[in-house]
Design a protein around this ligand. Structure first.
Ligand SMILES: [Zn+2]
Ligand SMILES: [Zn+2]
Length: 121
């Protein structure tokens, strides 16, 4: 009788151990891997191509300067006037040399005169 109860006790212990083991095994089941962190924002593909030159230019009414941006003349402070780039020319009054920017004629060093659409201001 004593031996039988010992065997029963051992069996119970075995069952408890087995139960504990199986429970532990279940708890150790790998947890689902967390979703990978959101991918870091990718750098924008190749830098945007340089904006094409606008067909507008901003010209000082006095002919001091031509700029690609509106604003005031850096020399005389007047508001720059928007004009079509194709209409703007700096022309030598002596020989007719034309340039896109103010300056002096390379031939006779005369200061170039601003013309808009072929007409002097
Ligand atoms: Zn000016
Ligand atoms: Zn000239």
């Amino acid at each position: 009788m004593k031996r039988a109860s010992l065997a029963a006790a051992l069996m119970v212990i075995c069952l408890i151990v087995l139960a504990a083991c199986s429970k532990a095994a279940k708890e150790e089941a790998p947890s689902p891997t967390p979703p990978p962190a959101a991918k870091a924002a990718e750098p924008s593909p190749a830098t945007a191509p340089a904006a094409p030159a606008s067909d507008k230019v901003y010209v000082c009414p006095m002919g001091c300067e031509v700029s690609d941006h509106p604003g005031k003349c850096s020399k005389c402070g007047m508001d720059l006037k928007e004009e079509n780039r194709a209409d703007v020319a700096f022309v030598c009054p002596v020989c007719g040399f034309k340039a896109a920017q103010p300056g002096a004629c390379p031939k006779d060093h005369t200061v170039l005169t601003l013309e808009i659409a072929g007409k002097p201001l």
